[in-house]
Design a protein around this ligand. Structure first.
Ligand SMILES: [Zn+2]
Length: 67
């Protein structure tokens, strides 16, 4: 059983805050989905990555800026 909640597995400090970064999930070298990574603010080890459900795939509804 793996419990990383609460304490960083690398530096052992309490994880009260995490750095959140947007990353791209790759499948066979092809970008598939936008993900969010959480990393320790102390040692910057990545604690986990999850798919960003808020991010929408490229939408054609969004009007392209015209100049
Ligand atoms: Zn850490």
């Amino acid at each position: 059983m793996m419990t990383i909640q609460g304490i960083c597995p690398k530096c052992g400090k309490r994880v009260l805050h995490v750095n959140v970064a947007t990353v791209v999930g790759m499948v066979d070298g092809v970008s598939k989905s936008r993900c969010i990574s959480h990393s320790c603010i102390h040692c910057h080890v990545v604690l986990g990555v999850q798919i960003d459900h808020r991010a929408k795939p490229r939408s054609k509804n969004k009007p392209a800026p015209t100049e």
